[in-house]
Design a protein around this ligand. Structure first.
Ligand code: FER
Length: 350
């Protein structure tokens, strides 16, 4: 089998797991105890095997949305944070009373990649240049691009239902292409150290190329308070990494099933040299911490395994306040994404 064929099969398998969210029947409830704090072990990322869990079993969403208050370290000022482990099914269901926005595609010139790059944007209902809106940057998984989230027809339903219910304020959602390759970097995503460098370069590209473009093009509430970053898997890793590198730019941070590699480790896909040393996973002295840093993951995630939990432990060890919870009835899939987004978006535009 050629390397290219192997990559294609791997990519197809990942896509199948990521997209394989199954039906939305309501058959299972989860309890408050399922919101778990990070295990109080001293295990380092590099010592974890990252062995993923067995085949996903749950294909349904629960009837009720249990809420719970994690006992983990919370950001100063936030005494309690209610976490709902499964996104309520009524939030994921189309209503006659709500009109749902569509993604639009845009392009911009990236001086970092020296090429034209794409993004997709979801504007809030009744978008007007008379107001200024917060922006959420939502980062896709490995082998994805700016169209990955735009292809999910349930995402506008979740967002517009949450806005209609007053669960979050109005905001602009921007989905970039987070593979910042070319111009001296590799041009194709892969499980390689070189490709990881291109993914990591997105942090700088976002700050210096995409953000100014979005700020100039849309009615954006500029600055830290109006800017949030979230991501799934590879995008979750880059959301955490970008916030660590550029803490002054983001007030809310969310990493759903963040992929390994911020610190050195070896999983079943590759050896990660680590973008940072463990002791560098810190916010610079004097910078304002994000209001919330949310890390969550399926309890049994067949792709990223225990790495998200390891990030939660590392953050705790390094004294970074974060909120961590696990989702019992999900895998590396949209149920995990909707759970994380449902909790995270409640901090936007309020
Ligand atoms: C890895 C495991 C998972 C990795 C990336 C992923 C680059 C990403 C998965 C996804 O985005 O769905 O070791 O290394």
């Amino acid at each position: 089998m050629t390397k290219r064929m192997a990559l294609c099969i791997l990519s197809a398998l990942l896509t199948a797991v990521c997209m394989g969210c199954g039906s939305q029947n309501n058959t299972k409830n989860v309890s408050a105890e399922d919101v778990t704090p990070a295990a109080p072990t001293e295990t380092l990322m590099s010592e974890l095997s990252g062995t993923p869990a067995a085949t996903p079993t749950a294909t349904t969403l629960p009837t009720e949305a249990p809420t719970a208050t994690p006992t983990d370290a919370l950001t100063p000022g936030a005494e309690t944070t209610d976490i709902t482990v499964q996104c309520p099914s009524e939030i994921l269901t189309k209503r006659d009373t709500v009109s749902y926005a569509s993604f639009e595609h845009g392009t911009y010139y990236s001086s970092i990649c020296d090429t034209t790059r794409g993004y997709t944007v979801l504007l809030p209902p009744g978008y007007t240049t008379e107001k200024k809106y917060p922006v959420v940057y939502l980062l896709h998984g490995i082998f994805g691009n700016e169209n990955s989230f735009a292809g999910d027809k349930t995402l506008p339903v979740l967002i517009d239902n949450m806005m209609a219910d007053g669960l979050c304020g109005e905001f602009i959602l921007v989905c970039p292409d987070i593979f910042a390759g070319g111009n001296g970097f590799v041009t194709t995503p892969a499980f390689t150290v070189e490709a990881m460098a291109a993914y990591d370069r997105f942090a700088q590209e976002l700050i210096t190329c995409l953000m100014p473009e979005i700020n100039g093009k849309y009615a954006v509430m500029e600055g830290r308070d109006g800017t949030a970053i979230a991501g799934f898997s590879m995008g979750g890793r880059e959301a955490l990494y970008t916030s660590l590198l550029y803490p002054e730019y983001f007030s809310e941070v969310c990493a759903i099933a963040p992929a390994p590699g911020i610190v050195e480790c070896t999983d079943k896909f590759m050896h990660h040299e680590g973008s940072l040393k463990e002791e560098e996973v810190k916010y610079k002295e004097g910078t304002i911490l994000p209001n919330h840093i949310l890390i969550c993951c399926a309890k049994r995630d067949s792709v990223v395994g225990q790495y998200p939990s390891s990030y939660a432990q590392l953050y705790e060890k390094n004294g970074i306040p974060r909120i961590w919870y696990e989702i019992p009835d999900a895998d590396h899939d949209q149920r995990a994404q909707y759970s994380g987004l449902y909790n995270f978006l409640q901090w936007i535009g309020k």
